[in-house]
Write a new protein. Structure first.
Length: 346
């Protein structure tokens, strides 16, 4: 892609997200969401493959439908209340429509079926952008209106997303679909944290972005697309394969890695708020997710192909190491001792 075109697209994506995050007017927020959608479309269709074209069409239809719902609800809200301000109290009808639209944009259950297909059709780096940066604008809107929403509704949606994300990744062999299921499950935890404590939701989002970037960067660098590919990554570098295993454990939320921090704090706050049944349910819902993380770890580290393969081994391919991968690995694995400082800072 032309460097000028690339710079223009990146600038448009960044500007649209900042516009949504800094706006208090529904029209400006809608304009930012539309600009965000139109800016990412060239990146999704860049591989010029029929699957990429299909993913671009699905993403465009879903995102524009959600944006139209937000515009429709905001116009009705202005008609009834006489103001366009986002933080002001909307009517229950418009709140329900806007919440449904934001859930559709984020790919949360039960409106999640488009998300794995879009990630599968995009390249690994574009899938990383869709899983991290593209979620910031809808999450900002949801956080602005979260104090007007029913806490139990959000908790049930978070539980459903964590459960569906775990189930969705159990029978997948494509890495991008597995990471899509992981994103759905993590968004469930994030919505749960937002219901209890918005600062804790910010910390959860930061750690999710950090661990997701680490795993996606490794998969992109080693050109890993399926679980069969991940079984031969040890031929690149055994040390990198070991750290990737630890990053997958962190993404699953096992101690003593960084990913355990948000789940630990969310459980603590839910128990303090006397939400023990929902806390136990969402904790049990994370077990299927943990299963496919451990399966990836087992395939990548503890096993070797039982027979010779006709495909090219990884060591025959040229690999371009990324200088940012080592610090990302350290952040994704070793931040748990800094939990008190990060919790009080956010």
């Amino acid at each position: 892609m032309n460097p000028i075109t690339w710079a223009f697209i990146i600038t448009a994506i960044s500007t649209s997200t900042i516009l949504v995050a800094s706006s208090h007017h529904w029209l400006l927020a809608w304009l930012g969401l539309e600009l965000n959608t139109l800016s990412i479309l060239p990146l999704i269709m860049k591989p010029a493959h029929p699957r990429a074209t299909e993913a671009t069409t699905k993403y465009f239809l879903v995102q524009t439908t959600a944006a139209a719902m937000i515009l429709f609800a905001s116009i009705i809200n202005t008609w009834q209340t006489g103001q366009w301000s986002i933080p002001n109290s909307p009517t229950p009808y418009t709140t329900a429509i806007i919440t449904s639209a934001i859930l559709l944009k984020l790919g949360l259950a039960p409106v999640h079926l488009w998300y794995p297909d879009v990630l599968q059709g995009a390249s690994m780096n574009t899938a990383l952008v869709l899983s991290t940066w593209q979620k910031l604008a809808p999450l900002t809107l949801l956080m602005m209106i979260s104090h007007h929403l029913s806490p139990y509704t959000l908790l049930l949606l978070g539980l459903l997303s964590a459960l569906v994300g775990g189930w969705l990744g159990l029978n997948q062999t494509q890495i991008r679909k597995i990471l899509a299921a992981s994103s759905i499950a993590h968004m469930g935890w994030l919505i749960t944290a937002m219901t209890i404590s918005p600062p804790l939701a910010t910390l959860t989002l930061l750690i999710y972005i950090m661990t997701t970037i680490t795993v996606f960067s490794h998969m992109s660098m080693t050109e890993t697309k399926t679980t069969q590919d991940i079984g031969t990554t040890w031929t690149h570098s055994p040390a990198m394969t070991l750290t990737t295993m630890l990053a997958l454990i962190s993404l699953g939320g096992l101690p003593p890695t960084t990913g355990f921090m948000p789940k630990w704090l969310i459980m603590k706050d839910m128990l303090s708020a006397n939400l023990t049944p929902i806390a136990l349910a969402i904790l049990m819902a994370s077990l299927p997710s943990l299963f496919f993380y451990l399966r990836l770890m087992y395939i990548s580290t503890l096993t070797a192909p039982p027979n010779t393969t006709t495909t090219e081994y990884k060591w025959r391919l040229k690999m371009t190491p990324q200088k940012t991968l080592a610090p990302l690995m350290m952040l994704a694995i070793m931040l748990l001792p800094l939990t008190p400082m990060m919790y009080t800072t956010t």
